[in-house]
Ligand binder design. Structure first.
Ligand code: FAD
Length: 320
């Protein structure tokens, strides 16, 4: 069966959910092989095998910590050059997209970024992309070389398919160009217990209607009840009510969760660009003519300060 390389996104050996999604999608195309860069392969191998990685290529070298994306570029290029996979899948995050572009260039292959779905076609993988603020659905396939594809988080639900992976250590040669930029130090970003915005199954976002930084506690309360990430409109982050890293939209983060709850957000085109591909959209807005209701699956016309506490109360009542 054709080999599909999947670049593993992990934090100290803990495999992140988008990688499990990639492994699930890779199984539609062939037999997934994971490419793991780092020192904690043992803990990752079990998770990778659980989601169908028949092979785990391990690249454990000091350069992995010292350099930016180039170790992954060198590793993928050299492994792909040797094994000739049918496709290479990477997560659609900034590092993944930069790595993918460089790998495609070196392999003289076609590149597709931000796929939201992949299926097996007669001439290789066929991708779906959501373009122009999700107003167009684009179907595409690579016509040259080994298809290099980045896939957005939440494109597929991770489905286990346990196997015991064969682990193969790879000695990657890092060329002088790879060390053109070096990492001086890194420290973990402060983050709470909530899931990452891009990876969360549920996102609860607040906008100008939240009317103040202190009122975001109402949004956080709903998010914590649902185990969700917190998002915000640009109006809310520009007002200083919530950190910019939580902005959803064209110039913020693009999310595609199972459930997106927008409270006090009008639904401007630039906000929609970041959330329109969410599977189910719920809007709470006191203006019944707010554009957000045009794309919402469920809408509540009402004051978010009355609606959201009732929502929390009802969820808790049903759980108890
Ligand atoms: C180049 C460019 C890029 C941009 N990028 C982004 C982006 O990435 N993300 C983004 O979000 N925006 C972006 N914007 C801004 C965008 O155009 C809108 O201005 C912004 O999304 C509006 O945010 P909002 O919906 O929170 O505020 P508003 O449009 O002011 O809407 C507030 C809503 O809250 C409702 N409301 C008020 N009080 C309550 C209440 N108590 N209960 C319930 N509802 C209430 C109102 O009825 C209203 O619909 C961008 C703009 C430009 C020009």
């Amino acid at each position: 069966m054709a080999e599909i390389l999947v670049l593993v996104d992990h934090t100290e050996g803990v495999v992140r959910k988008p990688t499990l999604e990639l492994l699930t999608l890779a199984r539609r195309l062939g037999e997934p092989s994971a490419v793991f860069l780092g020192h904690d392969a043992d803990s990752a191998t079990e998770a990778l095998g659980r989601y169908g990685a028949h092979k785990v290529y391990v690249v454990d070298a000091p350069e992995v910590d010292e350099l930016l994306v180039t170790p992954a570029v060198d590793a993928l290029t050299q492994i792909a050059g040797s094994t000739g996979p049918a496709a290479i899948l990477l997560p659609s995050n900034p590092d993944g997209k930069e790595t993918a572009a460089r790998v495609a260039l070196r392999l003289e292959s076609g590149l597709i970024t931000d796929a939201v779905d992949i299926t097996a076609g007669e001439d290789g993988p066929v991708t779906e992309q959501s373009a122009f603020a999700a107003t167009y659905q684009v179907t595409a396939h690579v016509t040259r070389g080994i298809p290099v594809i980045t896939v957005k988080p939440n494109a597929a639900a991770p489905e286990p398919a346990p196997v015991t992976p064969e682990v193969e250590k790879w000695d990657v040669t890092f060329g002088p160009a790879s060390a053109a930029a070096k990492v001086l130090s890194h420290s973990p970003r402060e983050r709470g217990d909530r899931p990452e915005l891009t990876e969360a199954d549920i996102v609860v976002s607040g906008g100008r209607g939240v009317n103040g930084a202190e009122n975001f506690a109402v949004i956080e309360r709903v998010a914590d009840t649902l185990g969700a990430a917190v998002g915000a409109s640009r109006a809310a982050v520009d007002a200083g009510w919530y950190p910019h890293s939580h902005q959803v939209g064209q110039t913020g983060t693009q999310v595609s969760p199972q459930l997106y709850l927008a409270a006090g957000i009008s639904g401007a085109i630039q906000h929609r660009a970041g959330m329109q591909t969410s599977k189910t959209i719920v809007a709470v807005n006191k203006d019944q003519d707010a554009p957000i209701f045009e794309l919402a699956d469920y809408g509540v016309v009402g004051d978010l300060f009355q609606v959201l506490p009732q929502l929390v109360e009802e969820i808790e009542r049903r759980r108890s």
